[in-house]
Design a protein around this ligand. Sequence first.
Ligand SMILES: Nc1ncnc2c1ncn2[C@@H]1O[C@H](COP(=O)(O)OP(=O)(O)OP(=O)(O)O)[C@@H](O)[C@H]1O
Ligand SMILES: [Mg+2]
Length: 252
Amino acid sequence: MLVTTGSPQSASHGDGEEGRVICGALYPFFDRQSLQEVINQSNESRTRLSLVAKAKWAFQISSAMAIVHSSGQCHMDLKPSNMLLNNDDDVVVIDWEQCGASPFFLAPEGNGLWDVEIVANSETGEVQGAEPTMAYRKFTGPLPDGCGTWPRRNIFPLWQRECPRALEAAEVYSVGRSLWAIFEQSDDVWVYESGHSEAKAVLWTHGSDSVPEAWKDFASRCMGLDPNKRPTFEQGERFWWQEWKQFEGNTK
Ligand SMILES: Nc1ncnc2c1ncn2[C@@H]1O[C@H](COP(=O)(O)OP(=O)(O)OP(=O)(O)O)[C@@H](O)[C@H]1O
Ligand SMILES: [Mg+2]
């Protein structure tokens, strides 16, 4: 086993076979647990979490994921129960397993049934000068047996190598859904009710009446069905920073 507080690659090997290490991360115990638990508790006590806190969390999640994707990495299972809150009320993303995802939060095109490639705009009829488009084609190869894992075919490592833009767009979708859950203060029962894969329209209800329309519009754009039209994490980082600071200023 290798124990290190730095990057596993830069540490010298401990006991065990050369080149083989167990990879994992230890975190301090955070009393408040995950954002999902904080939402559930707030709902039980019939209170609402503050909008300033929600804007800050949206910024922190987007900013963290912008850094993660700029270094070519990903999470794969972004959702409020994988986001802890520390004692300063800051988000700490956990559970970087990268071997499974929750159907409710997984981008529809990331369900293993699609391949992606970048095509020149002349092929798609898009205006000249626009960024090349990601084109998704139905995967026709054999799918591995279910074995209880989801998605059945994990495209994340593939897109990590071959199409980082598609990887980021898929995770932006998961963050959009997470923000929907946070803004709505939705209990986590839907996670288990939602069944598999098909993109279900997510509706804004009275649960998010107090949330500014611009915030809901941004989260909805993250959940857009066309991955080409979703914002990037960097755009999210900028947007949520402005909203958070503006909102904080207004409430002082
Ligand atoms: N360091 C921690 N401090 C406090 N609570 C934690 C901590 N780590 C995990 N938890 C709690 O345990 C839950 C599950 O943790 P984790 O996501 O690592 O396990 P998991 O089995 O992979 O869950 P899932 O498959 O649902 O994502 C979290 O949602 C959180 O409530
Ligand atoms: Mg988890």
